[in-house]
Ligand binder design. Sequence first.
Ligand SMILES: Nc1nc2c(ncn2[C@@H]2O[C@H](COP(=O)(O)OP(=O)(O)OP(=O)(O)O)[C@@H](O)[C@H]2O)c(=O)[nH]1
Ligand SMILES: [Mg+2]
Length: 406
Amino acid sequence: MLLGQAESGKSTLQKQFQLYYASHTLEHERPSWRPIVFFNILKAIRMVLAEIDLEFPLPQGSTGMAPSISGSTSASSSSASRPDPSWFPELAQLRMKLLPLVASEDALASELSGGVSVGGGRSGVYVRAGWQTLVTPSRSWPMPSDMRSAASRPTPVTNIVAQTIAALQEEITTTWRHPGVRYLLAGNKLRLEEYAAHFLDDISRVAQPDYLPTAEDILHVRLQTLGVTEHTFDIDMAGSLYTWLLYDVGGARGQRHVWVPYFEDATAIIFLAPISAFDQYLEEDPRTNRIDDSLQLFTAICSNKLLQKAALVLMLNKTDILRKKIEAGIKVRKYISSYGDRPNSYEEVSEYFRAHFIQVHRRKDISHRPLYLHFTSMIDIKATQSIIINVNEAIMRSHLTSIGLA
Ligand SMILES: Nc1nc2c(ncn2[C@@H]2O[C@H](COP(=O)(O)OP(=O)(O)OP(=O)(O)O)[C@@H](O)[C@H]2O)c(=O)[nH]1
Ligand SMILES: [Mg+2]
């Protein structure tokens, strides 16, 4: 079972399992990820435009007309420490051009979910068990009948969005690279989700008419999980074939009660904690720091009686983002006062978080079982695949020990 707070990387790990053990199924699913990539892009653009509107409003009575974009000099200059007056009309003009994209977001969300479940959360749209079967049959759960009927539906909105992205790709790139937007990003006024840079840096690729998401794209996509989804893999270990059931769950607080019925049968828990999230708060409770929430949740998992026989794997995830934040000079002390005067280096910070999780395990683990701990970056295919092999062996060993065969 994959556990952890929302956006900790559970579904991304599930995709890595799929990539390693059943890459052909991921290959088949590539077309069904295409609208989700678009959906993520639209959301990132909406957030950029909203912040532009807030930070660079045009003075009353202004026409919003600016010198032509290509003739603008500031668009190519390096980011400044103060807003440049020329950014206001330039960005207002770009914003006007990109607004049609934002307007299609709701229609795409509705088409994407087959009209089944839209709404809630920053993600706006949820993944339900079996959603991929909208496009390709796979070994997921049986899909609800309302989704089955959606499977044969055409995708006119997706096609319109694809064409609009293609038509506006230059404007998207100019906006994304604009020093005003860089200024908002650097000052943390504009906080985008992790996938934004991956897709917006490379929009011309996505804008190709025959674009199909790559494995990297699929790993970067964000789609919130609703409830519990089951995935099956046949795994060859030392010449014997085992069928593994992997349960991926929704991690937001409102989703956690549905985990419990699965606990008693769980052979292993893989708990994901995004240690890059020290400067972030829960969407569902903006007063709770994300690292605190992860520690509390990990405490509850370690001390849960129903899980006492399950092997325990801890993945301190999003190390790539942690590294970038530290390099950008973001101070851990500012968000976690107990960090004190320790050096603000990647090594010190990651070790500090590791020590906290280990301490929770030492103090709260109900069955004093070993803790298999890894630092991970779920978007790094090579590194994650070798961790998956390692973790599987550990889980298998622990399982054989628990049933008296090792
Ligand atoms: N850069 C980076 N991005 C990551 C990493 N792990 C996950 N992500 C991204 O973080 C976002 C959230 O990941 P998910 O796997 O959807 O999170 P989740 O735990 O399944 O979230 P819920 O389904 O809401 O519980 C996705 O856009 C992922 O691509 C990582 O190690 N590094
Ligand atoms: Mg998920």
